[in-house]
Design a protein around this ligand. Structure first.
Ligand SMILES: [Zn+2]
Length: 431
């Protein structure tokens, strides 16, 4: 990381500032500390020759935009792939130490792919809470993290994978809470341990509603009282409507919602995060990575419905957040797909590339609790920025995988991109 003591000046290039304003030729973007101090003309009196105090990046012929905000990524689920004889201590999902170190390395990979902020709706133990604090303390390099703990689930919800006589040990994604009292206790436990938001989780594919509206409302009330936001994994129509009426802050997936249900979501002013990248990736590579035909049929159903939901949401004025569900399984590798949702929005949602960029930057700041602070290149905002050698407005796919990145700046500091390729090779086995 470069020193943040120096004033950083980015000259030239084409600026996409994340507000939705048209791309424009850039004279100077100036960063002091971790914030943008000037955008537009080079400030008079700033001596670019003073290399002890000023670092200049020439972006001529390149594109400048805000750092990407990934709204849905998991770092500590752990996969059986890790349980090879070579890594006995990493067997499955049961080693917190291995999982934490692996999460830290993957966070670095994600940052180097252009994602400067990450919303994590659930992990094991409190690994992401610790990682967030370690990143903020400068111990390891990674995106800004906003995280939930383990999903709060009832019997039959996603994350309740063990038989009832086993329960939900710490290494599982879900923590069982089968009544309001248990749910409130878990909200209190998680907020005590420093989560930024609570993740409630309904059934895996949305065929049954596993949490009642009253239970959701009780959790919302307790979480908000403790200054935590609340998001829910909800696909099915019944659950999506209930969640909107219960006052959750955002709904993940919502892909089986009907028009009537989406109307309730619009009425409540709740955001949805369709997370379609995962559905499409599962359909594309799921079979070779262990998904059954039966499951792929269900995923196809949800993907088809999701495309309609995306269109209806747009016509009803429901705000859409962007997340990919990277890290949820071996079909979702780190560092590659984080901007894929922007491509989905352009291809299937009727979004322009500019609208898709705004959705993945300014609008997605909501998913990391920093709306108004982050996601645009404007004076006073947090200085997260990318320089690309290809025009994302001409081809939105250039945002994926970090291959067209010339520079990543997070919190006013330039990220060292050297070695990124080597690293992703080394980490391939640990997805
Ligand atoms: Zn997820």
């Amino acid at each position: 990381m470069a020193s943040s003591n120096k004033t950083l000046v980015i000259r030239n290039g084409t600026l996409i500032d994340g507000t939705g304003d048209p791309a424009a030729p850039n004279d100077a973007v100036v960063i002091e500390g971790n914030r943008f101090s000037g955008v537009g003309q080079l400030p008079p009196g700033l001596n670019l020759e003073d290399t002890a105090r000023v670092e200049v990046i020439d972006a001529a012929g390149k594109w400048i935009m805000p750092g990407l905000i990934e709204g849905h990524c998991h770092l500590s689920f752990g996969f059986p792939a890790v349980s090879s004889a070579k890594y006995p201590s990493g067997r499955g999902t049961v080693s917190p130490g291995f999982s934490a170190i692996r999460a830290a390395r993957n966070a670095q990979t994600i940052l180097r792919s252009g994602v400067t902020s990450l919303s994590i709706p659930g992990g094991t133990w409190f690994i992401e809470v610790g990682l967030r604090d370690a990143i903020n303390a400068g111990l390891v390099e990674g995106p800004r993290i906003y995280t939930a703990g383990r999903f709060i689930v009832t019997y039959g919800s996603i994350g309740d994978y063990e038989p009832s006589w086993v329960g939900t040990p710490e290494h599982t994604l879900g923590v069982l809470a089968n009544d309001v009292s248990d749910m409130i206790t878990e909200v209190r436990r998680q907020t005590k341990h420093g989560v930024d938001f609570i993740k409630l989780a309904d059934s895996t594919w949305g065929d049954t509603q596993t949490i009642s509206k009253e239970e959701m409302a009780a959790v919302v009330d307790e979480a908000h009282r403790r200054n935590a936001r609340i998001a829910i994994h909800s696909r099915g129509a019944g659950s999506t409507k209930a969640a909107a009426e219960a006052g959750v802050d955002w709904i993940m997936h919502a892909d089986l919602a009907t028009e009537g249900e989406l109307y309730a979501v619009a009425e409540a002013g709740v955001r949805i995060m369709p997370t379609m990248t995962f559905l499409f990736e599962a359909l594309a590579v799921g079979k070779e990575r262990g998904r059954s035909d039966e499951e792929l049929d269900i995923i196809r159903r949800n993907a088809e419905s999701a495309m309609q939901v995306l269109e209806m949401a747009r016509s009803l004025g429901v705000k859409v957040l962007c997340g990919t569900d990277s890290g949820n399984s071996p079909v979702m590798p780190y560092g590659e797909l984080h901007a894929h949702e922007a491509e989905v929005m352009v291809k299937y949602g009727g979004y322009t590339p500019m609208e898709a960029i705004v959705a993945n930057t300014r609008e997605n700041a909501y998913a990391v609790g920093m709306e108004g602070e982050l996601g645009t290149i404007q004076p006073g905002k947090l200085a997260d920025l990318l320089i690309l050698d290809a025009d994302p407005l001409a081809d939105i796919r250039v945002l994926q995988g970090g291959k067209r990145l010339n520079a990543v700046i997070k919190d006013g500091r330039r990220v060292n991109l050297n070695g990124a390729a080597e690293e992703s090779e080394a980490l391939l086995a640990l997805r």
